[in-house]
Structures are given as C-alpha cells and as structure tokens.
Design a protein around this ligand. Structure first.
Ligand SMILES: Nc1ncnc2c1ncn2[C@@H]1O[C@H](COP(=O)(O)OP(=O)(O)OP(=O)(O)O)[C@@H](O)[C@H]1O
Ligand SMILES: [Mg+2]
Length: 508
C-alpha cells in the first residue's frame, strides 16, 4: 500500500521515509533467504518437531539480520546502494517523463565509424561479385554497351552505399527514470515533496498506485509493466494549515489521495516543564535524546564543557525547541504560552534541521556558548520580526541570553521590528570554555535510558564469535559473564580516555 507522509517542515519526514524504505528492503531480502534456508533445513530434518523448526527459524533470522546490519554499516558502495530506495525530489516543474522515462534525441551518423578505404573496398567487392554473377549476360552485349552498363552499375552501387550509410537523422532514445526502475527492479521509491508536483502529472500514477507486486500496471507511453516484488511507494509532503502556508504546495486531488495511507508525522515529543532528571527513562523526552545522539561521535561518546551544566542547558534547549514547534503547529495550551492565547509563529521554528544547525554552530562549546550559537545559527537569521521577538523572549524564559553572560534582551511589542546583535549584547565579555567532561557511550546510554540493562543470557553474536568454545560458555554462570562484561566496559572507557589524552598532548 502506498504511504503518504505529511507534516510540518524539518520534522524528519524525508529521513523516516528513507529509513523505513531501507528496513523494508532488508526485510524482504531476509524473507527470501529464510524461505530458501528453511526449505533446505526441512529436507535435512524431516522428522523435526515444531519447536525445532521455530528454533531454526530464529537462528537463521538472527544470522541474516546481523549480515545485513553489517553490510549497511561497512559494506561496499554497491552493496549499500542496493539497499537504498530510489529517490525523486518533487517540484512544480517535475513532469511525467522525469518520473518514468526520459526521451532524448540522439543524432545517428553511420558514415563516420569506418575509414573511406574500407567503404570503397566493400563496394569494389560487391561490384566484382555482381559482374561475376551476370557474366554470361554481359558477354552478349556490344563493347560500348558493356562499358555503359558497367559504369551504370558502379554508379548505382555508389549511390546505394551513400543512401545506406547517409541516414543522418535523429532517433529517440529512452532512459528509464526512478519510478520505472523501482517497478522493474522491485525497490522502494520515495517521491519527496509530492504535493509540489502539478496534479495533471500526478494523475499518471493513478493506475500504478492501486496495483500490488506481481500485478501489471499500465504506464502511459510504455505499456504494461509487471510490478516486481519489493516495490513500494512513499510520498512526503508539507501540510499547509490556516496558520502556516507552504508556498508552492497544492491540495492533492481526493481521488488521488485516497489511494494512499496518509500518516501525519510531526515533531518528536519533549516534556516542556521540569528540569533535567538524570533518569529520563521515558519516551516523553525524545527530542533531548535526538540532541544528545546528534552530538555523539561515531563511538557514541560526547565531550561537554562543565558536563552536567551543559546537559541541563541542552535539556532546556530541547524544551525551547519543542515549545516553538508547538506554537508553529498551532498546538499550544495556555500554560505553555504564558497565558497569552494569540501567540503564533508564521515562518520560524526550531525544527530538527534548525536544531542540528545550532548544535553544529556550537561545536560543543569550542569557541562560543550555546546561547551565542542559538543566536548565530538560528535567531539572528529569522526574517519575520514577530517570530524573532517571540522566540527570543521564550529563549530568555528557558535560561538563555542571561544578563550574567552579557546579554540584555528587552521584550518588544508586536510589529516593533527586527532585533540585531548590538541591541541585545551589553558587553563583549570573552567566552571561556569550561573544563571538559567526557561521557563515553555507556554513560550516554545510562543518561538517556536510565540503569543499563544486564545480560540475561549469552548473546548470540558472542557465542558465534567464540565458536568451539561455545559449549564451555554454556557452563559459565551468568554472573561470570556479567563480570566480564563490566571489565570490557571499563577497558573501553580507559582506552577512550587514553586516546583523548594522547590527542590533547596532556602528559599529566
Ligand atoms: N529522529 C531523528 N534523529 C536524528 N536526526 C533526525 C531525526 N529526524 C530527522 N533528523 C534530521 O533532521 C533533519 C531534517 O529532517 P528531514 O529532512 O527528514 O525533515 P523533513 O520533514 O523532510 O523536512 P522538510 O519538510 O523540510 O522536507 C535531517 O538532517 C535529518 O537527518
Ligand atoms: Mg523533506
């Protein structure tokens, strides 16, 4: 079933579309492997019980899952590419041809490929052949007539050769585009910003959208095309509301939209009240989790100036962001808006995209405070004065732009105009980065999900790695494994610290 993901700007629609398409492709591939493997397993274990079969299924499933996870992380370019969906960026100018098949004209010019000598040789051969075949007819003629005939024949051959090779002209070449490739190869295709495409061009998708894999869809200009297994269609779009108008988007025709499962995907949840509770073991603070995972390096570690202080500040940043998202979406309760019922944001919002931008600008406090990054990376570039004013005032409410740090933000009336840096910066106190705290991946998991879970059994990957020793492992007590696990964690932590000290050249 085709899916249409709608929501506000920068909420992560494109990202989730891509990730679910990859999951879908991997699951399809795993299913194919499992079908073959289980078939072979049943041949070898004809008398197996249902429980044995379930066990075999579980083992094979884990094996293929691990295989594709590995490929997705460290596979070759082609391997990773084969798991990725095909992708089209929608725009008003996108035509039917851009989606299915592009026709281009190519100039044909046969003569240029061979040398003149070879053309001449071919012609001489043909001419001599002809004379040989018609020898007895020629000998009956008078010598002048013979000469005349030979000249005529030679000229005819020469004309024919030119006519044959001189077909300068244009031919139409067809280049298959994303949707057709996806249909034939059985891969998912994402049409991003679907509702910016002109409706008359989208209508071409109508037949295709109600067919399933294995069926044949009729594609205008191409004819019937069999839909290969693995094909899927995901569209994304911004939903205009009374408050926010997305320029260049249009309302989908109801008949067209009825072919989709429409899912609204908006900003991730975040508690707006309360301070950072170290044990945030709930899903209400997903935005804070996204922020920390964005900051983490490949190993999952984060270095922050004044560790706990920065964590609290990032938590408040998550709350401020979510508040702007609520106001932007028009979902705001009186409490959140300080009792004012008229608050609105028309253009600016701390969407995940803008949050990432601010965090990159901050660079974990390398050169500036988070407030300065919030100003440089977002608030200073807001062009709608009322939006900027509201976001600034809420940032102050969440503890940013404090006087202690050299700011003085004055709240402005609606319509008062844009705020610039000089207005709100009272002194140019230098920023000094506080002492760094390093959180390794285990700390971060602990911070985000509370108490780290303990292993209840020997993990499959560990058993596979140890191989022959597995039998011995089975006799180990769970507590032994837990202790070993703890030791490994400690070692990883130490190695991270040593690397860091080497990098900073700190011999002490
Ligand atoms: N859950 C998430 N965790 C981390 N990063 C995310 C998450 N969701 C989205 N992002 C990142 O946020 C940015 C914006 O996401 P994306 O482009 O998917 O938004 P969108 O809803 O498609 O925006 P638009 O409406 O402008 O097309 C991207 O850089 C994406 O990688
Ligand atoms: Mg998008």
């Amino acid at each position: 079933m085709p899916v249409y993901l709608v929501g506000h700007l920068g909420s992560g629609k494109t990202q989730i579309a891509i990730e679910s398409a990859v999951d879908f492709t991997i699951q399809n591939k795993i299913n194919d492997h499992l079908a073959d493997d289980l078939e072979a397993w049943f041949q070898e274990h004809k008398n197996a019980s249902e429980d044995d079969a379930k066990c075999a299924f579980k083992r094979l499933n884990e094996k293929w899952k691990a295989y594709y996870e590995h490929i997705y992380e460290v596979g070759s370019e082609e391997e990773i590419e084969s798991l990725q969906p095909l992708f089209i960026s929608g725009s008003h100018n996108l035509t039917y041809e851009d989606m299915f098949v592009e026709k281009t004209l190519s100039l044909e010019q046969n003569f240029s490929s061979d040398s003149f000598e070879s053309y001449l040789n071919t012609m001489v051969d043909d001419y001599l052949n002809w004379l040989q075949h018609h020898e007895h007819e020629i000998v009956g003629l008078k010598p002048e007539e013979q000469l005349q005939l030979k000249v005529q024949i030679w000229k005819s051959f020469s004309d024919l050769l030119i006519a044959k090779n001189n077909s300068f002209g244009t031919t139409i070449q067809k280049i298959e585009r994303e949707i057709l490739i996806a249909l034939r190869q059985g891969r998912p295709v994402i049409v991003d910003e679907l509702n910016t495409i002109a409706m008359q061009n989208l209508i071409a998708l109508n037949d295709l959208l109600q067919r399933h894999a294995g069926q044949t869809a009729y594609i205008t200009g191409i004819g019937p095309v069999k839909i290969a297994k693995g094909f899927a269609f995901i569209g994304t779009g911004n939903l205009s509301t009374q408050m926010v108008q997305y320029e260049g988007t249009n309302q989908l025709n109801p008949a067209f939209q009825s072919r989709f499962v429409t899912i609204e995907y908006n900003y991730v949840p975040q508690d707006l009240v309360g301070d950072l509770n170290i044990n945030v073991d709930d899903t209400n603070n997903e935005l804070y989790r996204v922020i920390l995972s964005t900051l983490a390096n490949r190993e999952g570690a984060i270095q922050l100036p004044n560790g706990p202080e920065s964590l609290k500040e990032l938590y408040r940043f998550a709350q401020l962001s979510r508040l702007t998202q609520n106001v932007f979406m028009g979902k705001i309760s009186e409490f959140e808006a300080d009792g004012k019922s008229t608050v609105e944001l028309r253009e600016a919002v701390l969407s995940i995209r803008n949050i990432i931008h601010v965090l990159e600008n901050w660079n974990c406090g390398e050169e500036k405070s988070l407030t300065m990054a919030l100003w440089d990376g977002f608030i200073s570039s807001i062009t709608n004065a009322d939006d900027q004013n509201y976001i600034l005032s809420q940032a102050v409410r969440y503890g940013f732009f404090s006087e202690r740090e050299g700011w003085s933000v004055r709240s402005k009336e609606v319509g008062e105009g844009i705020t610039n840096y000089e207005e709100i910066r009272s002194n140019d106190s230098d920023y000094v980065r506080g002492p760094l705290t390093t959180y390794c991946s285990y700390d971060i998991i602990g911070l985000l999900y509370g108490q780290k879970p303990r292993h209840k059994s020997v993990p499959l990957q560990l058993r596979q790695t140890i191989g022959d020793e597995a039998a011995h492992i089975e006799t180990l007590k769970l507590s032994d494994i837990q202790n070993m696990n703890q030791e490994i964690e400690n070692l990883e932590y130490t190695s991270f610290l040593i690397d860091y000290l080497k990098e900073t050249g700190d011999d002490n």
